[in-house]
Ligand binder design. Sequence first.
Ligand code: SF4
Ligand code: MG
Length: 332
Amino acid sequence: SAGTLRVRDLTIALPGPRGMADVVDGVSFDMVEGRTTGLIGESGSGKSLTAMALVGLIPDTGVATGQVLLGEENLLTAGRARIRQIRGAEISVVFQDPSTALNPTMTIGDQVGEILRSRGLSRRQARERAADLLDHVGIPDAAGRVGAYPHEFSGGMRQRAMIALALAGRPRFVLADEPTTALDVTVQARILDLLGRLRDEDNLSMLLVSHDLRVMSHVADDLVVMYAGRVCERGPAKAVLNRPLHPYTDALVRSVPSVRVRSAIADPLPGSPANPFDRPAGCPFHPRCPRAEDRCRTEVPELREIAPGRVSACHFAELAQRTPDTVAEELR
Ligand code: SF4
Ligand code: MG
């Protein structure tokens, strides 16, 4: 449907020490209207690259194949001019660092207004709507602040201004890459609340990229867990966090004690992330996996549906689904 952005078999090759390597390999997921999709993984998992590829923002030396479908249009084969048209209008990006998006020499109101005027509003209408937008993203005394410059804002306010900028073109899809990482915890929580509110009020579809499971547990409706450039698990966020169907997700959850009430102690993730340019054979997680068996070292696990809406790329995902409760049910 028009309210869904469908990513199918997205593969991104980048030049590495031993030639081109698929650092993102066969990634598929949907961004659904009114929902936040969380894209989580460690550094090198390819999550940022995946998100940026949706709007053509991969390095010039990279090659993206597969499909990013907006309706029936594949954005991966659309021309640069068409992508420019889509970016900011249909799909907007909120970056980690507001300074990459905000112009230090222009007032906040003029920057938001410039986008609005390019969409046909008069100077006066643009100024009024800019103040509305700044108010919408929670900037106090917005009308009095349209004339302020970015440096006159705090970090949290600049992040809000960038979100206003991202919303000015009335996008249906918003991509946010670690949008709160640079902020302190209190401000972080407020920005995440804001993104959730905007998603609901404007019926937006959001893609939130983060390495932080705590952030995800607060805002994501759906989760896509990436490891070494591949999706290892996908499903509704609550279900995934409560009962992971992949040992990597399980390890992530255990590394953050507050995510699951049952455990009070954090188990740090063992080992280090896979090198995306030199992915281990078989299951890329096998060198770190407590459940790895011989076949894991040679046979690549397919992403399979294990339960309705739940997919996992683990040879033994069915075992993870069996807990003492379900075994008791089966025996009854
Ligand atoms: Fe672990 Fe094997 Fe499952 Fe990979 S396929 S996550 S190594 S058990
Ligand atoms: Mg990143």
